[in-house]
Design a protein around this ligand. Sequence first.
Ligand SMILES: CC1=C(O)/C(=C\N=C(/Cc2ccccc2)C(=O)O)C(COP(=O)(O)O)=CN1
Length: 456
Amino acid sequence: RRSWAEPYKIKMVEPVKMTTRKDREKAISEAGYNTFLLRSGDVYIDLLTDSGTSAMSDRQWAGMMLGDEAYAGSRNYYNLEDAVRQFYGYKYLVPTHQGRAAEHLISKIMISDGDVIPGNMYFTTTRLHQELAGGTFADVIIDEAHDPENEHPFKGNVDLQKLEDLIKKHGPDRMPYVSIATAVNMAGGQPISLENLQQVRELTAEYDIPIIHDMTRVAENAYFIKKKEPGYADKSVAAIVRQICDLTDGATMSAKKDALVNIGGFLAVNDREVFEEARNLVVVYEGLHTYGGLAGRDMEAMALGIEESVQEDHIRARIGQVQYLGDKLIGWGIPVVRPIGSHGVFLDARKILPHLSQDQFPAQTLAAELYLDAGVRAMERGVVSAGRNTETGEHNYPDLELVRLTIPRRVYTQAHMDVVAESVAEVFANREKISGLNMIYEPKYLRFFQARFERA
Ligand SMILES: CC1=C(O)/C(=C\N=C(/Cc2ccccc2)C(=O)O)C(COP(=O)(O)O)=CN1
């Protein structure tokens, strides 16, 4: 098998600083051992998130010069509407500044006090907006998704029995929609199969319950279907993306991921009434309905990013780079979530630091130690991210206590991946010496963004 390289060449570079261990000790303690509070200038390889951090193409940058900054009716809005209709098939578009804004609108419109919203594992902003609208999230993902070592190829699948039991327990009237995420982020970027999505569609259709699709990483999910689901090897990623979307009634999108922009998102629905209410609400919270908090140039870049996101060479290289890092760590016996997911490699902090209880924040600790070793920034995806139970006030203790090495699209080279792998291996070799953290500041909402810690 011959080697292959990225399907692009670099036209512009952004120099990054190599820091010293001493610099990093100072930086991480000033950041309260929270990688979100580090300055990017103190980070060498930034794997905090794939959100908004991807490199745009020359066509997208050219598109930025075509921004029609009219207040109303911008050309770029109509180009974006065309792209959403062509590639995703949804009828009506409401642009928003990013994904959580779309989650805010759809939750406000479709959720009433006491409703239950089933979904394939929680996502932090999605669940919060469901709760703020008076709803309660209910996890219906298959049990395998909560086991980091289980090699189920489609861990994003819905457990149809769990879903049906919930429908029977609460009744369809208390279920405004089922929330289906493609390439489930908190499970480790794990795809849902088309077969399972079709079964979810059949079940919900019996009770006339709509499906709202969190399509933030839909192209990556489509790639896994093409590679792993029988019968799709000869289908294009673009065709599989359409097939996924056509099984749902609407979608929230953070275009900052798959759609390759630094800011942008949208709500797209097929129901005229939901659209009219969203179009009305968007002017209250985001901006006029033809820009939704974005500049015209951002919408142009998003329309072009949507088109690029489903190109075979691009998505193969993108997933290939994540697999490359994952395979390297697996080869060195480092515990990671398997199968390797779509947008990053998830370190199993519970297995790497078994001597730390979740009350000592193992994932938070591991992310800080990784930064200290060589300036690689990762994200905590464990008990800190899981937040507190709204009833008991106790920590939610998730089975998955992970550190996410999230790979931005078209930014880093294979050499960067090698440096990251060696840094993880170095921390892993010294894991017994790692002690835990105490949380010394805890904000009310989405605490992981701003919480501060000190060494226990
Ligand atoms: C599946 C999915 C996402 O992954 C997503 C954002 N992800 C992010 C950004 C983030 C958000 C919250 C906590 C930590 C990091 C990621 O680092 O993974 C959003 C919100 O989109 P938004 O950030 O544009 O508002 C909706 N759905």
